[in-house]
Design a protein. Sequence first.
Length: 210
Amino acid sequence: MIRHSSLVTRHGLPKAPFVIALVMLAALGCSRLPKEVLEEFASPAGDFVMGPEDVLEVIVWRNQDLSRQVVIRPDGMISLPLIGDVQASGLTADQLAARITERLKEFKEGVPVTVSVKEVNSYNIYVLGEVTKPGKYQLKSFATVLQAIALAGGFTLYASRNGMHVLRRTTNGNGRHHELRIAVRYSELLSGNGSVGNFLLKSGDTIVVP
C-alpha cells in the first residue's frame, strides 16, 4: 500500500488544492494525469479505513463487560457501554482504539483498548453500462479496474472499451463533496503505455462502460 504524503490528509482524503486540480483536469476532458499523482490519489493510503457494515471486535483490557463485537451502523457510528455512540466510519482500527481510550478516561484512567476488523463488508464497487453483469460488487479485498471488469463478466459486443471512465466521490478538507471523472482507456490498461494505470479502486467507485 502507498503511505500518506503531502497530497492526502491523515484519513487518506485528498487535500483541497489537489481535488480542485483533478476536477479542473476532468472538466477539460484530460485523461493524461501524471502517473505518480494518479497512483497516489487512486490507491488506498495507509491502513484499511473502516466503513458501514464492517464487523469489529473491541477489547477493553481486563473488562469483559465493555468488550464486545459490534457492527458499524449506516450512520458510521458504533455503540459501546458507558461512552455510548462513537464515530467509527472513516477511521482505521488504531484510530478508533485511540478514540475509545480517550472517551473511557472519563470513567477509567489509562485502560488499553484494541480494535480489530473481523469482517469487511464496506468495500463496494459498481460496474455499469456495456458489461455482461452490471451491478454492485461487495468485495473482501481491493480490486483494480481490470479486475472489476472481469468480475462483471467482461464487455458486451457494443462496449466502447476506450471510452469508459471511473466516477469517484471524494470530500475535501472543508467537508465539501466532489465527483471526479477519471477517463480510462482499455487499450492502455492492457499495454501499460498510458499515463492512467490499472489503479486500485476505492469503496464507492463506479466504472461506467458506454
